[in-house]
Design a protein around this ligand. Structure first.
Ligand SMILES: C[S@@+](CC[C@H](N)C(=O)[O-])C[C@H]1O[C@@H](n2cnc3c(N)ncnc32)[C@H](O)[C@@H]1O
Length: 325
């Protein structure tokens, strides 16, 4: 599926992501000791690139981030030989390899900060409450297979952490049951790193030693995820703003989408969350980052409190009509 499936080639200026909100950003562009005054044609094309990124990936570059976008475009302009932002915009919209170039730009602008065992209260809620509850809910089926989606998995630390925790439950709540973790991101470079599964000290700093010793093995001064964990996780590219792709992410029991939607504006956040609601099976859970909430974004989910953390829950039909979990 092409990213252009969700983006008109000439994004409308003056749209939600359009000119009106950009005036300060444009004025700021070119400030700083080494920069000449910006060429108005360049700033207009930077605005168009910002609109394109918003429409394709849902990521809104606030005015304060226009210099960041400009710098990332310059990197790609060097790589592609584009002489100006106007030329670069053409290569993003009318060239034969525009989809690939757009992916390259998205690789440059997405931020992938992550590490193993990032949010301990959330992981405890996942392991101690949510997994046993969902296993119980599915226990009337011929076999239990939990399907978990790490949406915006960056370089893989989050889905690998979840796999480790479920493997730890092999003789407890997960005894005799199966699980699979679908891990997706927009950034192809991050996904490549995730598949390799080799990490430095920084990435593992929060991981309890017992898990580190069991599920990572030393590899040239770094750590490699062992095969038993790797094979539980499949990585693929999925743009959360691509409606056509999102409808295929079906029958999930649990979705983790942590520290991803902070880059989205309200309209694109709403769309993604509505997809998550449809993607989840009744009784399923959505976990978000510790600084994120669905307050005023979506009221289909029910907020559930756990010690030190919260999650969003999709009731089963019976639970919804009974009003209880
Ligand atoms: C800060 S990382 C979060 C990683 C991990 N979930 C965590 O909490 O540690 C944000 C990730 O969201 C991804 N992302 C941003 N926009 C996206 C989109 N439209 N579709 C899919 N992934 C996206 C970025 O590429 C990046 O890897």
């Amino acid at each position: 599926m092409s990213d252009f499936g969700t983006a008109p080639l000439s994004p409308p200026l003056g749209s939600e992501a359009g000119f009106g909100r950009l005036r300060t950003g444009i004025a700021d562009l070119g400030r700083g000791p080494s920069r000449a005054a910006p060429d108005p044609a360049d700033t207009a094309h930077l605005v168009r690139i910002r609109d394109l990124v918003y429409q394709v990936a849902g990521i809104f570059q606030a005015d304060s981030r226009l210099n960041f976008l400009s710098e990332r475009c310059e990197r790609r302009m060097k790589a592609t030989g584009a002489g100006s932002l106007r030329d670069y915009y053409q290569s993003l919209t009318t060239s034969t390899n525009r989809t690939q170039e757009l992916h390259q730009l998205l690789n440059e602008i997405t931020i992938g900060e992550t590490y193993f065992f990032r949010n301990e209260p959330q992981l405890s809620a996942f392991r101690q409450v949510v997994v046993p509850q969902l296993v119980h809910l599915k226990s009337r089926l011929p076999f239990v297979n939990l399907k978990i989606w790490s949406a915006g998995c960056s370089t893989g630390e989050e889905p690998y952490t979840l796999a480790m925790l479920l493997l730890e439950e092999a003789n407890a709540s997960m005894r005799g049951h199966r699980f699979e973790i679908v891990a997706t991101d927009l950034n192809e470079r991050s996904l490549e790193k995730a598949r390799v599964g080799v990490y430095d000290d920084y990435a593992v700093r929060n991981l309890p030693n017992s898990l580190r010793d069991k599920y990572l093995r030393p590899s040239n001064g770094r750590y490699e995820v062992v095969e038993a964990v790797k094979k539980k996780v499949s990585f693929s590219r999925c743009n959360l703003a691509d409606d056509a792709r999102m409808v295929f992410m079906k029958a999930m029991d649990i979705i983790f989408c942590c520290n991803v939607l902070i880059y989205f504006d309200l309209a694109s956040k709403r769309r993604v969350v509505q997809h998550f609601y449809s993607n989840l099976l009744p009784g399923g859970y959505l976990f978000m980052g510790s600084a994120e909430s669905l307050f005023q974004v979506d009221d289909s989910f029910r907020l559930v409190h756990f010690p030190g953390t919260t999650a969003y829950w999709k009731p089963t039909a019976a639970q919804a009509s009974g009003g209880k979990k």
